[in-house]
Design a protein around this ligand. Structure first.
Ligand SMILES: [Zn+2]
Length: 249
């Protein structure tokens, strides 16, 4: 009896793993809005980070929905494409990606974070879940890369617990959530400069430099050859044609 129970449990676990591994996120049809829920995490355990999170409300993230509504309208989509909510602060951090892992290690982590989400979030936890890991602006090390996973539609965003950097947190969140919808990066992974033309907000501009805005997946505003600046927030960003096509707009 005991043995049968163990076999059944293992079989159930294998089915679950297989289900997670095969979890395919089909392109969204944009007939209905997507519900995005942001779950803050106190990533450095500091009291000031905790205080910042406790003072957050949905209004602090409103530029994300505003940006997507504005851009959807430019692409003749006649629904508000998303709603953005603030979820509760999580007591524990979701599993973190390998620092410099290979493909198999990333796949393993992607399974782990999806399993963790399934275990730790309620069933009604949003169409896209963003884990916003916040650090004190006095954090000594450079923040790790944020990641958006298409499978399972999960974003892991690293940001700063500081009101004057919240617009930047929202920019990174919008970038990662577009990854969860199938958008690709449009900057050079080595130089971090936006790729021409798809990573430019206005590639047809004459002269091409300086640009005035960032393409959201290009990540930066190119100003001179070899130099680009971080936009101050989503008011300085647009969704370019290639990104729009990738997400089904
Ligand atoms: Zn990216």
């Amino acid at each position: 009896m005991q043995r049968l129970r163990s076999i059944l449990l293992i079989a159930l676990f294998c089915v679950l793993l297989l289900k997670l591994a095969l979890q395919i996120s089909l392109p969204h049809d944009w007939q209905t809005p997507l519900r995005i829920v942001i779950y803050p995490v106190n990533a450095d355990g500091r009291h000031t980070t905790e205080q910042y999170i406790q003072a957050l409300d949905a209004e602090h993230f409103s530029s994300i929905a505003r940006f997507l509504h504005r851009e959807a309208h430019r692409y003749q989509l006649d629904i508000a494409p998303v709603s953005v909510e603030l979820g509760p602060m999580l007591a524990a951090s979701p599993p973190l990606p390998p620092q410099q892992g290979n493909g198999a290690e990333y796949l393993n982590w992607s399974l782990k974070i999806r399993y963790w989400s399934w275990r730790n979030l309620p069933a009604d936890s949003g169409d896209i879940r963003i884990y916003l890991r916040l650090f004190s602006p006095h954090h000594p090390a450079r923040l790790a890369h944020s990641i958006g996973l298409k499978q399972g539609r999960i974003g892991l965003v690293n940001g700063y617990a500081a009101i004057d950097l919240q617009a930047q947190n929202n920019f990174v969140t919008a970038h990662e959530l577009l990854h969860t919808l199938g958008a690709s990066d449009k900057y050079d992974l080595n130089t971090r400069l936006p790729l021409f033309p798809e990573g430019y907000a206005e590639p047809q501009r004459q002269p091409a430099l300086p640009q005035q805005q960032a393409e959201i997946m290009g990540g930066w505003i190119p100003v001179t050859i070899g130099h680009a600046v971080m936009p101050r927030g989503l008011d300085e960003a647009i969704i370019g044609k290639t990104t729009a096509h990738e997400i089904g707009w």
